[in-house]
Design a protein around this ligand. Sequence first.
Ligand code: ARG
Length: 467
Amino acid sequence: MAKPSQATWGGRFSSGPAELMLRFSESVTFDRRLAPFDIAGSKAHSAMLAHVGLITAAERNAIHKGLDAIAADILAGKFVWDVKLEDVHMNIEHALKQRVPAAAKLHTARSRNDQVALDMRLYFKSACAEVGAGLRAVQRVLVELADRHREVLIPGYTHLQRAQPVSIAHHLLAWVEMIGRDVRRFADVAEHANICPLGAGAIAGTTLPIDREFVATALGFVDAKGRPQVTPNSMDTVADRDLFLEFAAAAAIAGVHFSRIAEDLILWSSAEFRFIDLPDAFCTGSSLMPQKKNPDAAELLRGKSGRLVGNLQTLLVLVKGLPMTYNRDLQEDKPPLFDSHDTLVICADVLAATLAGAKVIPAACAAAVADPLLLATDLADYLVDRGVPFRDAHHAVGALVKCAEGLGLPLPQVPQDEAQKIHKEFAKDWPSVFDLDRAMAARRGTGMPSPAQVKKQVARWRKALAE
Ligand code: ARG
């Protein structure tokens, strides 16, 4: 029987889609990257169909052989993708039909709705692993850099005003912590992806006697004890896009972290700071000003975070207001998601490479951290040690700072009689507070920047990142 529409769903149609509609509705130009997952899913599905007797073992073997050949063609770049076949699923199924008669049975008890949900869950597992590896590579470079500069002190900033001294290692380890949370977030997304959606069908499962647990086990959707994990509600299964939102949210947060790191790098590499020199290979010059070396890699890291935030927004708006269950709108879920994935992976690579080539400039750091005002809080602590209530101590040191400013002297050089006028507990030894080694060693509590603590944290991260 000749059909006017050749599409897999063309039986009830008297004409095929308009050329314009095909161009509008195709997704194969972007969802073809799901091919390895689509093929893995189809192999497991056909294995299950044979297992329950819906197809024969010979049919299963033929389907597997055909799918393997298609996978090889795709890998070799020989596969011809056709937008007329809409999406990755129908392209592969069509190619299989041309090789294997049994291919016509592959879609038994399956819909593209649960098929795309399956492809995406497999994709998320793989994407989360890739992103996690990229993030850990950044952490490794940072820990190395921190370890090599445990003795280099810089001012720490709040409100971008000099606050208190820290080691540059402590600052770098703050970034390592931020990225560590990103690593955990992506691991959580991968764990949430670990439930098999296949068997939900289009919306309400199937009347055929399929074995969902068989497919789940075959594809590795198992818990720690090896028990298969399958989604418990067929409608939720095909409507749910939470993983997209979670992945995009994790990517947006990581992107914002990268952006903040980039901002510090940009500041630090300016002539006003000079704490670091960024590698030539990740900077560019000016077409007009011959002296310029611009921190473009860091600026682009900051800029690309906007895309990551925007992609999350796009996905939230896409899903909002959709009635249960699957709606074709959901096809639009992939471009922003893939963009977040690809953008974050290249951002991680660029950040790691930029940091690996960055040179700390100890002399500039030393000059900046020599500002005695950075230890004004330590002087207040000195008074507290002598029994002065902190609020009073704070006030007294504030008055001393004002006095130093008035006299045009560095804080530790305020004469003793002036200091005594401000507070009697400024004993002769108060200027001894202005000793950076003492100040740093005293910050010995967990999470503080004493050299001993920083050494401990470097060791902790080295161990965690070696696993
Ligand atoms: N390309 C489609 C998507 O990504 C696959 C699912 C199509 N399902 C359908 N009922 N038309 O959403």
